[in-house]
Design a protein around this ligand. Structure first.
Ligand code: IPM
Ligand code: MN
Length: 356
């Protein structure tokens, strides 16, 4: 198969982990006789430094022209401590999502058995958890009108959803539920928010097309509680942009670490695959970041954008074998991990390539 992949590492540890993700893709191409070509582009803080723009037109054009994007992370502490900054790395990410029509963000929360003890949740509560989040990604309070009034003393962000926006993400989630445990939880705040009442109405209507799927509606506060109390009751979850952002960070603790979680953003055109973790400037340049999330994002890319299931499974299997070998990056290590099994980003990459 001939495919063109755009690598967009972005900021902080995005650079380090994406380099490993790309190596894994190269090895897969070799092993399975595919011809993958690559290009690179800038986004986020590195793009601001180079061009003044967090998402240069050139990057967007390259994204549109590629078959898939392997993405790193965006962000820089400089902006976090300066709320008045007008140009921010995250604007690049949000604009990319909007411009590419990436309305569905899939975040699989899969717990590798070897990591049962890496979580702060009791193993007997966790064992067997397997959740697939569908986070709506191009609407909600993220993209509504925002601003200040009263001489800057009042701020507002408007949340809005249209029937069409809810329908298309709901269908994606129902379709996925049909291929899994046929259970879908829709998360909203319909006791308070009008957008959530529309959300619930639409999900109820779409549910009629999927009589085999058992649907449960939960308010977001209760869903947040249930995730920790009983993660196994979750199968497919569909929710709005902001709720999905928050709940998936929470759910990452089911998998042991944010460093293990991949995501796929799909929609109208090119799909974008990225770790759910951020740029992590506290550990940038130290060579200790866990590259598994990027590697598992590459696996999602092969499966979803290219339909290469066997190749994708080979990557997941290699990740499993590295974990079974006992090697751990420090985010998934525990008190029982001997020093000689602690690995950095590059060592993790080498171990993966070896098992592949
Ligand atoms: C994510 C991130 C982004 C988001 C930030 C960096 C804007 O947290 O992809 O989850 O909030 O969507
Ligand atoms: Mn987030």
């Amino acid at each position: 198969m001939k495919k063109h992949i755009l690598v967009v590492p972005g900021d902080g540890i995005g650079q380090e982990v994406t380099a490993v993700g790309k190596k894994v893709l190269e090895r897969i191409a070799e092993k399975f006789n595919h011809e993958f070509t690559y290009d690179e582009a800038l986004i986020g803080h590195v793009a601001i430094e180079a061009t003044g723009n967090p998402l240069p037109d050139e990057t967007l054009e390259k994204m549109r022209a590629s078959d898939a994007v392997l993405f790193g992370a965006v962000g820089h502490p400089k902006y976090d401590n300066d709320p008045s900054a007008k140009v921010r790395p995250e604007q690049g990410l949000l604009k990319m999502r909007k411009e590419l029509g990436l309305y569905a963000n899939l975040r699989p929360i899969k717990l590798f058995d070897e990591l049962l003890s890496a979580s702060s949740i009791k193993p007997e509560i966790l064992k067997g958890s397997d959740i697939l989040f569908f986070r709506e990604l191009t609407g909600d309070i993220y993209f509504g009108e925002k601003g200040r009034k009263d001489d800057g003393n009042t701020a507002y962000d408007i949340a809005s959803y249209s029937t069409y926006e809810v329908e298309r993400i709901a269908r994606k989630a129902f379709d996925a539920a049909m291929t899994r445990g046929k259970k879908l939880m829709s998360v909203d705040k319909a006791n308070v928010l009008e957008t959530s009442r529309l959300w619930r109405e639409v999900v109820q209507r779409v549910a009629l097309e999927y009589p085999e799927v058992t649907v449960e509606h939960q308010f977001v506060d209760s869903a947040a509680m249930l995730l920790i109390k009983d993660p196994r009751r979750f199968d497919v979850v569909v929710t709005a942009n902001l709720f999905g952002d928050i709940l998936t960070d929470e759910a990452s603790q089911i998998a042991g670490s944010m460093g293990m979680l991949a995501s796929a953003s799909i929609g109208d055109g090119t799909g974008v695959y990225e770790p759910i973790h951020g740029s992590a400037h506290d550990i940038t340049g130290m060579g200790v970041a866990n590259p598994m999330a990027s590697v598992l994002s590459a696996a999602l890319l092969l499966d979803i954008s290219f339909g290469l299931k066997e190749e994708s499974d080979a990557i997941i299997n290699a990740v499993d074998l590295v974990l079974k070998s006992g090697m751990r990056t420090r985010d998934i290590a525990d008190a029982n991990t001997p020093a000689y099994l602690l690995m950095g980003t590059e060592a993790a990459g080498e171990a993966l390539l070896k098992f592949l």
